[in-house]
Design a protein around this ligand. Structure first.
Ligand code: ADP
Ligand code: MG
Length: 662
């Protein structure tokens, strides 16, 4: 139903509502209040000047009506309450005059001017309110629509069309939970009669939203299982084990488990769609190499994609190291690969002369043709768009897919964004790893920080220094890479080599800097967050992060994961004058999952996914930081519902149709 069909909404209002992304009646009635104002019954003595008041009493004088131009009017009368007599003024309610007879009991709601002893009423209730508090919805608005208008439009829409609004909860579940129907719930949310009723209605609407969402995810997962379109391979386990034996370390228990699951997926004919999740430094890379080797033994090509060139290059170097004694044909493809080389690589990929390719996500985006692509692995997948799979499918490839992520996702989000994937988690850390010691320093403690650095450098170790900006800008006084370069040169330039790396440098230059650091030709590397992901320099044992409060905790945790990558003791120094409470969480724990939960509570999920993707994750009424229990229930129920055999269920059909079209 169109907005225009609602009584009281004309074309001008439609334009304004559109600005708030309200395009249909359904959008309008689900334009939920973002908060509620709770107005308590008050008395004159305890109400301060200018405060809102709700107060009962009796009309004490005949209202005097004053009429202005343009049809405006104002009414004044005296009002007797238990806490004293007060004047009441109210605008544009001339029609109430005949009801306000002297002695009649009413409730007045308005703003109290203590000095003049007058309440400017926004509302007069002719019947005393039945309950003690009044709860007023507060809406997101746009210029031209007041809160009151909004409430009015919504109520008109509810009156006219609430029955046509789709209810996504099947009736047996409505009964099970004693939910009110959708129309009633909407009515309560927009006109709460009491806190209890409001809470019930909100739970019902949250449940509904999460139920529909989880139904979709469960549906996609089931379809994926059913499709059996995967590549079933025969994998020679003896050869695979032989490769694992050549590694310089034994796999941790969780690594072993992950390998088993992945190999099982590769052997089965349903397609793998698996997330390999593990804190920084937990050893995901080697698991991905084993997966690639298994895929190779099964006769297919593998592609490993990293979010940055630096990381792709590093993965490639590691790959070459681990497979040095195997006759596997590998190559690296990034933005800086020369045109001539690229053409050769394209040719060799198409003809099947390359077994494993490492690169940035150009590997699947450009018109690269594979001979038989069997496995795609993406490292730090949350940095890519979510649509890789569709992208590959459009090109006719149906490889097994493994995502790797070191960004610990709060449990709730893991369920929602990764809900249609199988998940392997690496929790056990490789043996001999020490926790990174984290300390917080103020900006004026630089001398002390420099001496800590010097101690570390003397031991032959290396240091990362992170700043939020590259160069000075006019409107902030944040620390910059260039500034630190000068400072560090002044302090250590005579004895140690210092270099910088940042996002504005050409890829080749970045790589040169990184490689010099990897080879310990440079001892202090100053950078922006470009080194955030994946880089592995075990001899780097200290990290300084300037203006640390500018970063989300998850980012800080990722950064900190660059040190503590060997059995050497490592330190992370967070430098900031602000928000040290939040930073203390970092000093207290090295557990990425705990940190992400805390960060999530403090900042929402924006920091984890960047704004664009977070937009896709926004629910209208559910709030994942609080509604985890409802989510779990909705997940369970929607799965049961999906499995029920009832082909005539119109609700199920409409849920499925909405998935196919989204
Ligand atoms: P991440 O999970 O952050 O990608 P990496 O795969 O880069 O971690 O592994 C971090 C370091 O730990 C690497 O130097 C790697 O060689 C090493 N490593 C991986 N697995 C083990 C293990 N089982 N025992 C000891 N060291 C390991
Ligand atoms: Mg990694």
């Amino acid at each position: 139903m169109a907005l225009e069909d609602v009584k009281g909404i004309g074309p001008r209002t439609v334009t304004l509502l559109n600005k708030l992304s309200i395009h249909t009646v359904e959008d309008l009635v689900t334009h939920y209040p973002f908060r509620y104002e709770v107005l308590q019954r008050g008395n004159l003595k305890e109400t301060e000047d200018g405060e809102h008041i709700i107060i009962d009493g009796r009309v004490e004088s005949v209202p005097i009506l004053v009429r202005f131009k343009a049809g405006l009017n104002k009414m004044n009368f005296r009002f007797a309450t238990a806490s004293g007599v007060v004047g009441v003024s109210i605008f544009n309610r001339a029609f109430l005059k005949s009801h306000l007879t002297v002695g009649s009991g009413i409730t007045v709601i308005g703003k109290f001017d203590k000095k003049k002893n007058v309440i400017t009423a926004s509302e007069i209730k002719l019947e005393p309110l039945s309950n003690k508090v009044k709860i007023e919805p507060v809406y997101h608005l746009t210029n031209g629509i007041t809160n009151k208008n909004m409430s009015l439009y919504i109520n008109m829409a509810l009156l006219g069309c609430a029955n046509q609004i789709q209810d996504y909860i099947p009736s047996y579940l409505q009964e099970k939970y004693h939910f009110v129907n959708k129309r009633t719930a909407l009515n309560i949310v927009h006109n709460p009669p009491s806190a209890e009723k409001l809470k019930e209605a909100l739970i019902r609407l949250k449940y509904e939203e999460l139920f529909a969402f989880m139904f979709k995810i469960n549906y996609l997962k089931e379809e994926n299982k059913k499709s059996r379109s995967g590549l079933a391979r025969e994998i020679d386990h003896q050869k695979l084990d032989a490769f694992i034996q050549t590694l310089p370390f034994p796999l941790t228990t969780d690594q072993q488990k992950a390998v088993e699951m992945i190999v099982g997926d590769l052997e089965s004919n349903s397609r793998m769609n698996r997330l390999l999740q593990g804190d920084v430094g937990s050893g995901k890379t080697i698991v991905s190499f084993i997966a690639m080797y298994a895929n190779y033994l099964g006769g297919y090509q593998s592609a490993l994609m990293a979010p940055t060139e630096i990381l792709a290059t590093q993965h490639y170097a590691t790959l070459q190291k681990f497979f040095a004694n195997f006759s596997i044909r590998t190559c690296l493809l990034t933005g800086s690969t020369s045109k001539k080389e690229k053409e050769k690589i394209y040719h060799d990929l198409a003809s099947g002369e390359i077994d494993m390719i490492v690169g940035t996500h150009a590997l699947i985006q450009e018109d690269v043709i594979y001979h038989n692509l069997g496995l795609v692995i993406t490292d730090e997948q949350h940095r890519f768009g979510v649509n890789q799979r569709a992208n590959l499918e459009n090109k006719g490839y149906k490889p097994d897919i493994l995502y790797m992520s070191a960004t610990p996702i709060p449990r709730t989000y893991a369920l929602t964004i990764y809900g249609d994937m199988d998940v392997s988690t690496i929790k056990t850390r490789p043996k001999g790893r020490k926790e990174v010691k984290t300390i917080i320093k103020k900006n004026d403690e630089i001398p002390e920080i420099l001496s800590l650095m010097y101690e570390e450098l003397k031991l032959g170790h290396q240091i990362y220094v992170i700043a939020p900006l590259i160069e000075e800008s006019e409107n902030t006084d944040l620390t910059t890479v260039n500034q630190l370069k000068d400072q560090m040169n002044l302090a250590f330039g005579s004895k140690f080599k210092i270099d910088i790396v940042h996002g504005k440098m050409a890829a080749a230059a970045k790589e040169v800097s990184m490689n010099r650091f990897i080879q310990n030709q440079v001892q202090i590397l100053i950078s922006t967050t470009v080194i955030e992901v994946g880089v592995d320099v075990p001899n780097a044992t200290m990290m300084l992060i300037f203006d640390a409060d500018r970063f989300g905790l998850s980012t800080l945790h990722q950064l900190r994961g660059r040190v503590g990558r060997s059995d050497l003791a490592s330190t992370c120094i967070l430098i900031s004058n602000n928000d040290t409470k939040r930073l203390e969480i970092m000093a207290h724990t090295n557990d990425g999952f705990q940190i992400s939960e805390e960060d999530f509570k403090l900042r929402g999920h924006g920091d984890l996914f960047g704004t664009k993707q977070s937009g896709d994750m926004t629910f209208k009424v559910a709030d994942l930081t609080q509604d985890y229990k409802i989510l779990l229930q909705a997940k369970e129920d929607s799965y049961q519902y999906l499995l029920q055999d009832d082909n005539n269920d119109t609700l199920k059909k409409s849920l499925i149709t909405s998935i196919v079209h989204s």
